[in-house]
Design a protein around this ligand. Sequence first.
Ligand SMILES: [Cu+2]
Length: 110
Amino acid sequence: MTGFSRRQFTAMLALGATLPLIAGPARAADHSVSIKSMKFSPAELTIAVGDTVTFTNEDGAPHTASANDGSFETGRLSEGASASVTFAGAGTFDYFCKVHKSMKAVIIAA
Ligand SMILES: [Cu+2]
């Protein structure tokens, strides 16, 4: 412990532990969409810009979560697989499953 007194060192540890808690007023949140029984759930999800959504396939059949406008694409998810998408911009993002095109849902990033 050369250079720093024990007290200084303790203060630095406390600062390091505290900073992440006070940094940034609005922290990005994580949301989940499950794909089950051939449906996205929830079918409509409102999030904040910067948030992340994790899509998890709970069906035996493969699914994708594919934005109509191509802005995101999970690729084909097999049973139990998941993929995360971070929404960096505001918008209404309709999406569907490329394997089952009648499966549709929407994410609203505001
Ligand atoms: Cu599907």
